[in-house]
Design a binder for this molecule. Sequence first.
Ligand SMILES: Nc1ncnc2c1ncn2[C@@H]1O[C@H](COP(=O)(O)OP(=O)(O)OP(=O)(O)O)[C@@H](O)[C@H]1O
Ligand SMILES: [Mg+2]
Length: 235
Amino acid sequence: MNELYPHPRINGPIIQVTRLSKHYSNGHGVIPVLRGVNLEIHPGEMVAVMGPSGSGKSTLLFILGLLLPASSGNYQFLGQDVLNLSRTDQADFRRRRVGFVFQNCDLFENSTVYENLEFPLVYAQVERHERPARIVAALERVNLAHRLRHPANRLSGGERQRVAVARALVNQPQVILADEPTGQLDRQNGHMIMENFKQIMAQGDTSLVIVTHDTQVAECCHRTFSLEDGVLYES
Ligand SMILES: Nc1ncnc2c1ncn2[C@@H]1O[C@H](COP(=O)(O)OP(=O)(O)OP(=O)(O)O)[C@@H](O)[C@H]1O
Ligand SMILES: [Mg+2]
C-alpha cells in the first residue's frame, strides 16, 4: 500500500523518545506538562495513550508530529534525530511520514470532503491525476465515499471525525497520530475505524499512536500507556 513514499525497512523502533519534557510559558509563569517521557514504538504497533484531561496527551502527540517543539529530550524517528531537523526537513517529515487526526477534526469548513482530502496530497506534490483514486479509496475505508462532494460544514460530528481519519490515511503515512478519533462515533463506527487501523498496521510498516478515553479502543491496541503527572506508564 505504501508506494507513495516507500517506507525504509528497519528492524529497530520507528519511534524512540527519551526524557522528553515540555512546559508552556504564559504571563503567570511556567506550566510543566511532560516531565521525562520515554516511549519506544515498533513498526506495525498500535499504542494507546490514556490519562486524565489536561495530562498532556495532545501535547505529546503534537511533539511526535513535530507540530510543537519539545522543551528538552530526545526523539529519534527511524534512528534520526528529528527534533533538530531544519524547518524545511521538519515540514517534509510531517508531509511524508505523519498522518494526524486532530482532536477537534480541523476540517476546512467551506471546502468539500474531496478538497479536504486533496490538501495533503497537493502539499506532498502528488500528481493531479493520481489524487481522485487515492481520495476515494481513503473515503471508502470510512464508508464515506458517497459524501465526496459534500461541504464539510454540513457533515455530522461523526462524519467529520471519519473524514479526519480518511485525511490522515490518504498520504499513506508511516505513523498515524490520532487524538481521540472515535470520541464522537457510535460503537459501530468506532469499531470500523479501529478495524481499519488494525488492517493498516497488520501490513507491518505503519504504526499508530492513539489517544483515547475508551478502554475498548485501548484493548484493540498492542500496548496501553497512561500519562500521569507528566510521566508515561505502561499499563
Ligand atoms: N498553548 C498552551 N499554553 C499554555 N498551556 C497550555 C497550552 N496548551 C495546553 N496547555 C496546558 O497543558 C496541559 C496539557 O494540555 P493537553 O491539551 O496536552 O491535555 P490533554 O491530555 O490532551 O487533555 P484532554 O484530554 O482534555 O484533551 C493543560 O493543562 C493545558 O491547559
Ligand atoms: Mg487532548
